[in-house]
Design a binder for this molecule. Sequence first.
Ligand SMILES: Nc1ncnc2c1ncn2[C@@H]1O[C@H](COP(=O)(O)OP(=O)(O)OP(=O)(O)O)[C@@H](O)[C@H]1O
Ligand SMILES: [Mg+2]
Length: 161
Amino acid sequence: MIKTSRNLRIHEPSFIPQFIDQGNSSKVYRISDNLAAKVLYRRDKNDNPFLRNDSNAISLLLHEESIARECIKNKIAVPNPTGILKIPIEGRIYLAYLMRFIEGVPIWRYSKVSDLFEREIEKASEIFNIGDYKGNGIWCPSEKKVYLIDFQSGSVKSKNS
Ligand SMILES: Nc1ncnc2c1ncn2[C@@H]1O[C@H](COP(=O)(O)OP(=O)(O)OP(=O)(O)O)[C@@H](O)[C@H]1O
Ligand SMILES: [Mg+2]
């Protein structure tokens, strides 16, 4: 069955979603002690960002979730996926990819652990066409571990390639 936004349940955040950071296509919020929510955005003709709820957004989020699940199976460090759900942000409901909140620093702000990052990317490259993957990691100092994030453009390699 194809998932549509209508049959997704609404997840009530434990507190008012706190904006963590954004990339070129997503904004990420902390919605509980342990959970982060990634919501896609676009820009209107005046360059103002707006959060997305369109049917493409759900496909992109589902794709990212499926790659994250594949990573977990293959012992590649990624924030554990919870699923695609709806969450309220500033009074409106949006589609979001929920995953474990990682307490840390984005890799592009902390280059000292680039070797750990590269090692994780190498592992991931064995099973994915990972594409341009600059900066998509989080250094978690308490675990001394780099987590890979953001698999919108990756694709799983076929078993015999
Ligand atoms: N699970 C998480 N826990 C904590 N912070 C996170 C998590 N996921 C993402 N972030 C933060 O949000 C930022 C943006 O996330 P992400 O890279 O997935 O967005 P994007 O818009 O898809 O990026 P890009 O510009 O590479 O397309 C990250 O750099 C990181 O700081
Ligand atoms: Mg990114």
